[in-house]
Every structure is written in structure tokens, then in C-alpha cells.
Design a protein around this ligand. Sequence first.
Ligand SMILES: O=C(Nc1cc(-c2cc3c([nH]2)[C@]2(CCCNC2)CNC3=O)ccn1)c1cccc(C(F)(F)F)c1
Length: 293
Amino acid sequence: PVHSHPVTQDYKISRQVLGVGINGKVVECHNRKTGTKFALKVLRDVPKARREVELHYMASEHRHIVKIFDVYENTYNGVKCLLVVMECMEGGELFSRIQERAQSAFTEREGAEIMYDICCAVQYLHRMNIAHRDIKPENLLYSTKGSSGVLKLTDFGFAKRTDATAIRPLETPCYTPYYAAPEVLGPEKYDKSCDMWSIGVVMYILLCGFPPFYSAHGLPMSPGMKTRIRSGQYVFPSPEWDRVSEAAKDVIRGLLKTDPSERLTIDQVMAHKWITHYMKVPETPLFTPAVLN
Ligand SMILES: O=C(Nc1cc(-c2cc3c([nH]2)[C@]2(CCCNC2)CNC3=O)ccn1)c1cccc(C(F)(F)F)c1
């Protein structure tokens, strides 16, 4: 349900910017009736934004996906905008939470529990034939500060449907099945597998504090780094990985497969004991908080 009356009628919008996403900025706002704090994402009303909001709204019932409460379609100075009212995630981003853990140990079991929550959200999306395509620590937020906070996935700016968009020959006169390349025919089956790669990178960083692929001299991307990603060249260096369980390394090996058809699916990951039986994972202290700091 998209409201067309001004969002300012129902919410007081603060200047406090909470962050900037692919398609728009996120600010704090308060419900005028209840005083409750929400996060408001402001998007230009273009097809890409419509798709982001539609897919996020479809998924927002899940416990580990940031909830959408209201959507407004307002025009400011002749510019059509989409305004998305979301639950305010006050616990901050995944890794800043772990950085704060320097004093008490952050253990492999806690890493497994975090991965279980992320995989629950991704399994829900993949079962709805939605690929998120931008799974990264900055898009994983905690609902509240303190240990009761719930980790949730946000920013559907790159999300897309993966169910086969039936090619309708009648509406595409130029299209002749004889010459169609497989990728034109098949559903975007590799969109889901790119989420699985991202989950592998998040899991790797969670267990040691640094990424599996990085460029020399901290540049965002370098030719060497691209080669290493393409060839799946990564290691589990000492001493950070010496005491991490073989089961954890097996999950990462299954996710960081360069051939998407070989990569674990979300159902295969959720069938893995390290993820589903995370309460049995050893409470081995990790280097992660120290390395992140
Ligand atoms: O960010 C906060 N609350 C929040 C934020 C979002 C949010 C949505 C999106 C983003 N945040 C990002 C920001 C840049 C990083 N990627 C994610 C870009 N794309 C989005 O779609 C949603 C709901 N509540 C917040 C609120 C109060 C306090 C605190 C903190 F804990 F930091 F003090 C954070």
C-alpha cells in the first residue's frame, strides 16, 4: 500500500543521516502519533527504486530482514520520490559490533550463530526466487545495542527476481528459439549463487577479521586481486586460522568456488552441521575483534 499524502503528515523527519545506500539516503524520523523512531529511505521514483521497494517489501516479514512499515510516493520540487519507512536498526553494523567485543572473546560458535541468522534470511529470499546480490557487512545491521539485538539484512538496491521470466515469443517477434543463447533462455540461475559467494566472504572475515581477497596497498581493487578472485586463490593463514575448525573451513571452501555451478546452494549450507548445529561449534576464541580494530 503506497500512500500519496505527504510523509511529513505522519512522520517528523530529522536531519540525522543514518547512511547512504545505492539508490538513496537513510535518515532518522519519528512517528508523530507514537513518537517511535524509524529509519526513512528516500529514493527517486524510478523503475530501479520501484523494484528495490517491491522486493524488499515482499521479504520484509522475515525475522532477519529489516521490516518495512510504510511506503509513500511524494513529489518534491517536481521530483517524484519513494519514501520507505523502516524499523530503526539501532545496533549498528555487524563488524562495528564485533570490533566493540575486543575485551570479551568473540568465539567460533558466535560466528556460527551469526552465519546461521544470515543464511536463514538468504534461504527465505532464495525460496521466494529473490537474489539480494549485495550481501556485505555494511548491509547487516543489529536491531538494538546489546546482546539481545537481532541481526537483519537490508538494502535491496541490487536485488532481482530469479524465476524464469517466461520468454513470450509472441511479444518478441525478433526472437527465434533456434538461435537463442542458453543465458537468454535459462532463468538467472547464477544470481542466487553470487549471494552464496558473498556469504563465503562474510564468513571468512567473521572468523579471522580480514578478507580472503584483498589488493596490495589497500586499494579498492587491483589487477592482482581480480586475478586472485577469478582463480579462487585464497588461503587460511597462520596464526589466525590455526585453531578454526575444519568444518568451518569446509563451508568456506564450498562457498568460495569460482565455478558457480559447483558452489554450495543455500539449502546445502543450511544442511551443514557447522551452520545448523551452531550450538555444538567449539567456543574457540577468534582473532577477529583484534584484527578488525
Ligand atoms: O543506521 C541506523 N539505522 C538503520 C539503517 C538502515 C539502513 C538502510 C540502508 C542502510 N542502512 C545502508 C547505510 C549504509 C551502509 N549500508 C546500509 C544503505 N542502504 C540501506 O538500504 C535501516 C534501518 N535502520 C542507525 C540508527 C540509530 C543508531 C545507529 C547507530 F547504531 F549507528 F548509532 C544506526
